[in-house]
Design a protein around this ligand. Sequence first.
Ligand SMILES: *Cc1c(COP(=O)(O)O)cnc(C)c1O
Length: 306
Amino acid sequence: MTLHIDTPLLESQPLSHALGRRVLLKMDALQPPGSFKIRGIGYACEQHANQGKRRFVSSSGGNAGIAVAYAGRALSIPVTVVVPQSTGERAKDLIRLQGADVIVHGATWQEANAYALEQAGPDDAFIHPFDDPLLWHGHASMIDEVARAGAKFDAVVLSVGGGGLMAGAIEGLRRNGLGNIPVIAVETEGASSLAQSVRAGERIELPGITSVATSLGAKQVCEQAFTLTQTHPVECVVVSDAEAVNASRQFVDDHRVLVEPACGASLALVYRRTEALQRFDSVLVIVCGGAGTTIEQLERWHREMV
Ligand SMILES: *Cc1c(COP(=O)(O)O)cnc(C)c1O
C-alpha cells in the first residue's frame, strides 16, 4: 500500500491534434490530495513514521502542505503546517480539512519556515516541499507506472518550481533504463529560477516571484535540479502567465479536470505547435495538478490578462 494512487495514462486526442505529435498525459491531478506531491511526500512520511517520528511539520501553504496533511491523516500522525500571513483562506481550509493544525506566522514564507524549523523537536519530522532525496525517490514512481504500462515516449514535459518533480522524474527515467530521454522543464515568467540559473551557469536566486503560478514560486531551485541540467538532457522553456492560465481553462473543457496554472504551464507547450517538440514522436506530459485554483479564480485571471 502506498499513500499515492496509480494514476491514469491517457493518449489525448485534443492535445495530440494541437501539438501535431502524439501526446500522453500522466494524470497526477487525480491524486487524492490534488497533485503529484503525495508521491514523494507520502513516501517520506512513511519512512519517518517507520523511524518513530510522532509529528510532521511543514511550512507550505500550497500542495506540499496539503499532501503532508493528507499523509498524516492516513498514517494517524498529527501534522502542523506553519504558513505566512499572505496565505489565502482556501489554502488554509484545504489543509485543515485533512485534519492538520494550521499556524499563521510571519509576513513571508521565510519567516514561517524558520518558525516551523524552530517548532520541530527531535520526535518531529520536518517535510521540505522539494529539496529532499526521499521526495525524489517517491516522485519517481510516476515514471515506473508509465514504463510498466509499456508506453513509448521520447520526451517528458513537466513544470519546475523548486525542482523536486524534475529530480524525481529523472530518477524514474534512469531507474527504468530511460536515462537518455530528454526533459522539457517548463516555468512561467516571474518564476523562472531554473531557466535563469542555466543561462547564468550557476544557481541564481530570484529577487521575488511575480507569476500567478504560485506553486512554481521557488526563488531558488534545489542544488540537485541544477546539477541534473548538467548530467541529463534538460531543455528549459518559459511561458507567460496568460498562456498557462489559458491552457488550464482549455484543459477543463478538453479533459474535464481543473489544474493550477503551475500545471497549465506544461500544458501550454502542447496546446500549440511548439517548435522544440516537433522532433519527437510521442511526448509524455506530467499533469502535476494542484488543488489551489478554482474555476472562478481562473476566470478572474483570464479577464485581468486580456
Ligand atoms: C509543487 C508543484 C510544482 C513544482 O514542483 P517542484 O518539485 O517544486 O518543482 C508544480 N505543479 C504543482 C501543481 C505543484 O504543486
